[in-house]
Design a binder for this molecule. Structure first.
Ligand code: AMP
Length: 399
């Protein structure tokens, strides 16, 4: 596990190698006779870890879950993915792309758009590259900052101005070998820091799976209008793809529209998704990496999973690290996934903004919620923060 955290050290050996140090990762794989590499984050995918392994004779036979640089563009460039969706008939918000020298055109175009106005940096911006505002002046000055002053560095050398989609969000996960695919459980996440979806956006403060409105009819539309054309589109474009496609979509009055693709699993949805997979997941990963996914089925637990993200006080703004976490051993009603943690002098301490994901399960969503919260309430550190309303909106929808 590179680099890993206090949680992964319980189930694997952590190695202190940066996720984009391909040379060291390759050497580590050879030294430890690694047969399968599962690439977690987006940065190494976009930088071409698969291309590096494939081009290096000693590494080329190592199996990998994760697309090459070309496929990772689905996540790495919003302009690329928008053009891809248009080319292959995947429903998505209408958008126009503006380049660095076109900030005046972009500002003029904004005047013709109906608010809310959606601005997106083209490249990777660690989840911060999307700005949504009702204020035309703010949108105009932001688009200038993005294009002229490179507010997000190279990531904003192109900016998309997109139609606003009004609906409920859903995340759908697909594991593919580029020919066949399996659809993993769907999930809904909670992006805002505060209860009732208030305050600034975060990397995600919780998730639930399954999601009531993702019934057979809706998921049928997702498969036929989004998943199949995406896989077929990759084939038509000559882009091999062995890895995950995470479709972030909006349910607009019962119709799915793609907001974005990720080319990996992403948290905090993954915690709830994994809790519901009954099949041997390693076998599925191997099949995807070898190109053998055809006829594979995935067994999914019908029970609910609910994940609460426990964060450091102050997140997503400034926060402290190094706070000692207590109560981890006591927790029993839920599974604890570590994120920003490390071991220091024999104690587990906080080492990031989002520290733990606590996943409860149950036959009913209420049970999953109760189990997750009872464990979260037992875990303590100075300044700990988590939302108290994860799952409530889905419970209301179900009523
Ligand atoms: P992204 O990084 O593309 O996932 O965007 C971040 C968040 O912005 C999404 O999860 C949505 O909540 C919101 N968002 C992005 N694009 C749109 C859109 N066209 N309409 C409405 N909300 C959007």
């Amino acid at each position: 596990m590179a680099p890993g955290n206090a949680g992964t050290s319980l189930v694997a050996e952590n190695v202190s190698i940066a996720v984009d140090d391909f040379e060291k990762l390759g050497a580590c794989c050879i030294e430890n006779k690694i047969e399968l590499v599962v690439v977690g984050p987006e940065v190494p995918l976009v930088k071409g870890i698969r291309d590096y392994f494939e081009a290096t004779p000693k590494l080329s036979s190592i199996l990998m879950v994760g697309p090459g640089k070309a496929g990772a563009q689905l996540e790495g460039s919003k302009d690329f993915s928008k053009q891809f969706m248009i080319r292959h008939g995947v429903p998505t918000a209408k958008a126009r792309t503006f380049h660095a020298h076109q900030s005046e055109e972009a500002a003029a175009y904004l005047e013709t758009c109906k608010p809310p106005l959606v601005l997106k940096a083209d490249g990777l911006a660690a989840g911060k590259g999307v700005i949504i505002t009702n204020n035309l002046q703010e949108a105009k000055s932001t688009v200038r900052e993005m294009l002229e002053e490179k507010k997000f560095g190279d990531a904003s050398s192109k900016v998309l101005i997109e139609e606003f989609l009004d609906g409920i969000e859903l995340s759908v996960f697909v594991l593919t070998d580029g020919e066949s695919y399996v659809i993993l459980p769907e999930a809904k996440d909670y992006k805002r820091i505060g209860d009732g979806d208030t305050g600034p956006n975060t990397g995600g403060m919780g998730s639930v799976s399954p999601v009531s409105f993702a019934d057979a009819t809706f998921m049928g539309k997702v498969e036929h209008q989004i998943v199949t054309p995406t896989i077929e589109g990759l084939k038509k474009d000559g882009i091999p793809f062995k890895g995950f496609i995470f479709v972030g979509l909006m349910n607009v009055k019962g119709e799915p529209f793609v907001i974005e693709y990720n080319t990996r699993m992403g948290d905090p949805e993954t915690q709830s998704v994994m809790a519901r997979i009954q099949s041997d997941f390693l076998e599925l990963l191997l099949a995807a990496a070898k190109g053998n996914l055809r006829d594979r089925k995935i067994q999914i637990d019908p029970d609910f999973a609910l994940t609460i993200v426990m964060a450091a006080g102050g997140y997503p703004e400034k926060y402290d690290k190094g706070r000692v976490i207590s109560g981890l051993a006591k927790a029993s009603s839920a599974f604890i996934f570590h994120a920003g943690t490390k071991t220091q002098n024999g104690e587990v301490v906080t080492d990031g903004g989002r520290v733990l994901g606590v996943t409860g399960r149950g036959k009913k969503l209420q049970d999953a919620q109760k189990n997750a919260y009872s464990t979260a309430n037992d875990i303590q550190w100075e300044g700990v923060y988590f939302r108290r309303d994860i799952g409530n909106d889905v419970l209301n929808l179900m009523k």
